[in-house]
Design a protein around this ligand. Structure first.
Ligand code: FES
Length: 160
């Protein structure tokens, strides 16, 4: 059976097949989701907030729970879109503000410009550059030590 999912703050309502992942909903809307880990529940680039309808979604796995624990922007209504399936009606999803960066190069191209939204770490969700801040070379130098690799985090924090 087809279910409805609403996306905020863009105000779109979508009809999806029963059991579809929220990630497929986001991708269908051409939303820029990095899927850094390929939809395996190991990064934060598909992190969303469930504004309504939490009980209409699949249960959280241990892996999802563990990944969410390291995201600084995690709240009680956080889910990973790739791990969450739509089971019922009334689901309202809110997209976290900000853009997940994949590598230092993503930030490098913004040197001399103001970030028009928060730039976020792909695994931890930590704000690397705040919206409105001028991106400078010295800022980039500081960020050079930041590890963007999902595999690195997975090996160290998930014990696999
Ligand atoms: S795409 Fe990486 S956790 Fe969903």
């Amino acid at each position: 059976m087809v279910k409805q999912v609403r996306l905020e703050p863009i105000g779109q309502t979508m009809r999806v097949e029963d059991d579809a992942t929220l990630l497929s909903v986001l991708l269908h809307q051409d939303l820029d989701v990095l899927k850094e880990c390929g939809g395996r529940g190991m990064c934060a680039t598909c992190h969303i907030y469930v504004k309504d309808g939490m009980t209409s979604l699949s249960r959280m796995s241990r892996r999802e729970q563990r990944t969410l624990e390291v995201i600084t922007s995690c709240r009680s209504n956080s889910r990973l879109a790739c791990q969450t399936r739509v089971k019922g009606e009334g689901v309202v999803v809110e997209l976290p503000p900000g853009m997940y960066v994949q590598s230092i190069q993503d930030i490098e191209v913004l040197i001399g410009r103001r970030a028009d939204q928060n730039l976020l770490h792909p695994v931890t969700g930590k704000i690397l550059v705040e919206a409105g801040k001028l991106v400078t070379r010295s800022m980039l130098k500081q960020l050079k030590s930041v590890n963007f690799e999902v595999a690195h985090y997975f090996n160290n924090s998930h014990g696999v």
